[in-house]
Design a protein around this ligand. Structure first.
Ligand code: LFR
Length: 489
């Protein structure tokens, strides 16, 4: 095998990175080139992403790779969170800043949408779980609010599509990211006309859907000038971050499930086809598009957002280290109180510690007072939600899950890995922590022809990264805790 060098841009809701991947003799090595902060900006009460500054940071990443590491990458690839989009005018300019998915304009959109198209029909047409921020509801809410930007928009590009467009001048919708919109048919790279109609949105806004692993186009001359890069292709990777992460699960078969752990906890299985039924509707499972025609049958769990938001609040007093929060939680008593992490009050409450305390008060539980107690409540509740979700998957598929792969930054939390194994009673495999960037890099390798299949991608990953193993050895009564937790769901 040749030596290949690819540059992955991985954007999350709280940070972004440029990671160089060097692939040689079936082994991938990572070098972090650039890291920067990302956050929503609030303007007149609405929340947006600063897409221009993100674009600038990506260019800085490419420039650093060339000038500081002295490396010209063979290609670049961009992945981001799901659902959000930019609008582009007929003359090619972005129409303002894109909304961020936690913007409150969709707080009542779902229920209102159901008066146009029923919940059941919407689910059967799309196979996507209901979350108020899905593109479908964002567009519906913007249309209802008569946002004039919709009148001048000629095309809609999801966040990675938008950045690909800024890099290449080519407008394409990539499949995995498009699948998060709730505008596609289940498991297909095909727009569902009825959903556009129900949202009162023109289908002409969207375009050709490309599969992950195809080139969008070469980067523009002006970018080459700004960064010193050669003319290289920008690859449409599995541009939804979760799709990239799942592509890099180091599975060796069996009945495995994954937990992609970051701002969100995405727990599910890789399925050969979508599973869309009244049962999956009742459980609100999603069927997002994966690489090589696979379906990401999973559920969004509120995840580390809960603790990130507490930290943001606590940092105002004194900046804390992550480990300090874990340590404080370990001093606090387990199972004093629980939350249902997915209650909508936790989506964007502004003051997370207060929201958790109020929730406990309102559900007649002891109120967590200290930082340690609040963190304990979050961690225990998340672990119990994982158990709850695995049981649901087992009931839908009729098969027992025999191992859980935790990937993404959350896999660094050893305490959580062990508690998860203890609570769910099956082994947990932790890592790689840079799963998303790795999936991104490996889809670039596939586009370059260095690997041929998802199976080969996973072989390279198994060959390249250490995986932690956690076997269940429960010291707490998780079954009793689960009974109490279940009542909150
Ligand atoms: C994770 C993620 C989830 C998606 C959420 C919002 O970063 O992409 O998969 O549901 O963000 O877009």
């Amino acid at each position: 095998m040749n030596k290949n060098k690819f540059l992955a841009f991985d954007l999350g809701a709280s940070s972004g990175r440029a990671i160089l991947g060097t692939l040689e003799n079936g082994k991938l090595e990572l070098t972090e080139v650039h890291r920067f902060k990302n956050q929503m900006i609030r303007i007149h009460g609405s929340y947006y992403w600063n897409i221009y500054s993100l674009f600038d940071e990506l260019k800085t990443g490419l420039k650093k790779c060339i000038t500081e590491l002295n490396i010209q990458p063979d290609s670049i690839g961009i992945d981001t969170w799901g659902v959000d989009y930019s609008l582009v005018s007929a003359s090619g300019q972005l129409v303002g800043l894109p909304f961020a998915y936690r913007d409150h304009r969709t707080d009542t959109a779902i229920e209102e949408f159901f008066s146009v198209l029923s919940k059941k029909e919407t689910y059967l047409l799309s196979g996507i779980q209901f979350m108020q921020f899905n593109t479908l509801f964002q567009l519906y809410a913007s249309k209802k609010e008569k946002h004039s930007r919709l009148n001048i928009a000629e095309s809609l590009l999801f966040t990675p599509d938008t950045l690909n467009y800024l890099f290449t001048g080519v407008k394409k919708n990539e499949y995995t990211i498009a699948s998060t919109s709730q505008l596609l048919k289940p498991g297909k790279a095909e727009w569902e006309k009825k959903l556009f109609k129900a949202a009162n949105i023109s289908e002409d806004l969207v375009g050709e859907i490309v599969q992950p692993g195809t080139s969008v186009g070469n980067i523009l001359d002006e970018i080459q000038d700004d960064t010193g890069s050669k003319q290289i292709p920008c690859i449409a990777v599995a541009s939804h971050d979760t799709a990239s992460a799942i592509a890099s699960v180091p599975t060796d078969g069996g009945n495995w499930a994954y937990l992609s752990s970051g701002t969100w906890s995405l727990l599910g299985i890789e399925s050969p086809e979508p599973m869309v039924s009244e049962e999956t509707l009742a459980m609100n499972f999603t069927n997002e598009g994966g690489v090589e025609g696979t379906t990401r049958f999973l559920k969004n769990i509120m995840g580390m957002w809960l603790i990130q938001e507490c930290k943001r609040n606590w940092d105002e007093e004194k900046v804390m280290e992550w480990q300090e929060i874990v340590d404080l939680s370990m001093e606090a008593k387990h199972f004093k109180c629980f939350i249902n992490p997915d209650n909508s009050v936790f989506l964007n409450p502004g003051n997370m510690p207060k929201a958790i305390q109020e929730y406990c008060r309102e559900t007649n539980q002891p109120v967590p007072e200290t930082k340690g107690e609040i963190a304990r409540c979050i961690y225990d509740s998340l672990v119990l939600k994982y158990k709850f979700t695995i049981k649901q998957i087992e009931s839908v598929t009729g098969k027992q899950i025999d191992k859980l792969h935790i990937i993404g930054g959350g896999a660094n939390n050893k305490m959580m890995n062990q508690l998860t194994a203890d609570a769910i009673g099956i082994p947990v495999f932790a890592g790689p922590t840079e799963a998303t960037a790795i999936g991104n890099l490996m889809m670039q390798a596939k586009a370059a022809g260095t690997v041929r299949s998802l199976a080969e991608i996973r072989d390279v990953i198994k060959n390249s990264f250490e995986i932690g193993v956690y076997t269940p050895s429960p010291k707490l009564d998780w079954e009793a805790a689960y009974k109490k937790f279940e009542e909150l769901n």
